[in-house]
Write a protein that binds this ligand. Structure first.
Ligand code: TYM
Length: 349
């Protein structure tokens, strides 16, 4: 992507020895958490806790890049509760809110001066989110991926589990890290963070349009399963999910050419912990009505307990705030010395 950030084999090779494995990821507290966030990201984080130290952030500073309501604190608590209800252990992993650790904003400024406008101009998510309204979008929305790079590199994180839509932002983070290291003549100071795009549903699609991503901002609530949906809502949304008139069947290539069918089969595979091929074989020749009943049951048995745990946790806001404060202290203890050294490398007094 970058013209100036040339990847040399020694800088790429320098990483494994120098940087300890560390996971960093985050979700914005904007609107409803949905099945895409869960299957594309949060669910994949849970087993990683067994393998590496993990930091899971609620990225509230990202949430103000587009229009927002003043109930950000409650939305932040909700995301933290969703992490924990999904199986993130806040004693083992660090769970905190981005705005509570100043290194994110400070490092983002330095990175704003490293990233090139040409790189940001290529970010497809900005184009999608700004739409025709580019002139009226916030400057924050434009430099949003730079803040994301700062989130990751403030901890020198090496592994970043995200859905497919974040891949381009991760590439930018790698370019920023590399250009910083090259320009400041500090090979290997920042690692090259690896995107981890996992499972059969790296991109969960809308239930109403198999060509559009499931998203918080889609006006029709029927397009997504929210983590807060009741069992009845889940069943209704799946029953109403768009499909084509053909029964399930055919080869993988054939099913992938039927976006709505492919999406539902992918969701089933992810929830059942199996592969799409196996689900396709299991339901070969079946009508969607029967398949949908089984899919709804699987969703209710997965999402239902998470929703109930979230509800329970959200009754005690003080406890969530305590967890987030403790998480921020632990995060700051890692990020502050990295930021201090980065500022020294830049040459600040
Ligand atoms: P956000 O809040 O839009 O989404 C959170 C996570 O959910 C994934 N995701 C999906 N995965 C599959 N199918 C979908 N339909 C779907 N929709 C969302 C996203 O890929 C993401 O992993 N910029 C990020 C948040 C962020 C971040 C970071 C992530 C800020 N700083 C540092 C990792 C590291 C975002 O807006 O995610």
């Amino acid at each position: 992507m970058s013209d100036t950030a040339v990847q040399t084999p020694d800088s790429a090779l320098a990483q494994p020895a120098k940087h300890k494995p560390l996971v960093f990821s985050g979700v914005q507290p904007t609107g409803n958490l949905h099945l895409g966030n869960y299957l594309g990201a949060i669910r994949n984080w849970v087993p990683m806790q067994e393998e590496m130290p993990c930091i899971f952030c609620v990225v509230d500073m990202h949430a103000i890049t587009a229009s927002f309501e003043p109930d950000l604190a409650d939305k932040t608590r909700e995301i933290a509760a969703a992490y924990i209800a999904s199986g993130i252990d806040p004693e083992r992993s660090i769970v905190f809110a981005q705005s509570r650790v100043p290194a994110h904003a400070e490092l983002a400024w330095i990175f704003n001066c490293i990233a090139r406008i040409g790189w940001l101009d290529r970010m497809t998510q900005f184009k999608e989110k700004a739409g025709k309204n580019k002139e009226r979008s916030s400057a924050g929305l434009y430099v949003y991926p730079v803040l994301m790079a700062a989130d990751i590199l403030a901890y020198k994180a090496t592994h970043v589990p995200v859905g497919e839509d974040q891949k381009q932002h991760l590439e930018l983070a790698r370019d920023i890290a590399q250009k910083f290291n090259n320009d400041l003549n500090e090979p290997g100071w920042f690692p090259q963070p690896e995107p981890m795009i996992l499972g059969p549903t790296p991109r969960v699609m809308s239930l109403r349009d198999g060509k559009a991503k499931m998203s918080k901002s889609e006006p029709s609530d029927l397009s997504r399963i929210n983590l807060k949906d009741s069992n009845d809502e889940i069943a209704t949304k799946i029953r109403k999910a768009r499909t084509d008139p053909e029964p399930i069947g055919g080869s993988m290539a054939e099913i992938d050419a039927r976006p709505e069918a492919s999406n539902l089969i992918g969701i089933y595979a992810a929830l059942a912990g199996t592969e799409k091929e196996k689900v396709l074989a299991q339901f070969d020749g079946a009508q969607f009505s029967g398949f949908k009943n089984e899919l709804a049951e699987l969703l209710v048995s997965t999402i239902g307990p998470i929703r109930d745990r979230m509800d329970h946790m959200l009754k005690d806001k003080a406890e969530i705030d305590r967890i987030l404060s403790r998480g921020a202290e632990r995060a700051d203890a890692i990020a502050a010395p990295i930021l201090a050294e980065t500022k020294r490398i830049v040459g600040f007094l």
